[in-house]
Design a binder for this molecule. Structure first.
Ligand code: AMP
Ligand code: ZN
Length: 113
């Protein structure tokens, strides 16, 4: 399997794992853009938001709620945080295994670059 994040799921590549269950994995981004920068992914390989199917609705719900739970654990829920899915070239997606960025611990600008 050549997908980077599938290889992290399979423990072929190390990562700093912050959460795991049978359907999800969360780990620290290797190039953090904020004091908290965690990626939450499904273990199932889905390339991008464009590829989600109706049967993935529960999985997406779990993904988003897990990001909120990690934000709560990190103490950044009240102050605020940002969650981002980058999709394809114009958004700068570089890893084509869907991942939700959880960024927090500093104030952020809007609009994003
Ligand atoms: P995106 O640009 O939205 O596709 O995000 C991909 C993210 O994966 C980037 O923020 C990278 O820093 C991060 N990343 C790439 N390789 C690794 C890795 N081996 N472990 C953790 N994060 C990674
Ligand atoms: Zn994958």
């Amino acid at each position: 399997m050549s997908c980077l994040f599938c290889r992290i799921v399979d423990r072929e590549i190390p990562a700093s794992i912050v959460y795991e269950d049978d359907r999800l994995l969360a780990f620290t981004d290797i190039n953090p853009q904020a004091p908290t920068h965690v990626l939450v992914i499904p273990k199932k390989h889905v390339p991008s938001l464009n590829d989600l199917q109706p049967e993935d609705d529960r999985l997406v719900g779990e993904l988003v709620r897990r990001a909120a739970a990690i934000a709560h654990e990190r103490g950044i829920s009240a102050g605020g945080y940002r969650t981002v899915f980058n999709t394809n070239l114009d958004a700068g997606q570089t890893v084509f295994h869907i991942h939700l960025h959880l960024l927090g611990g500093r104030s952020m600008q809007w609009p994003p670059g």
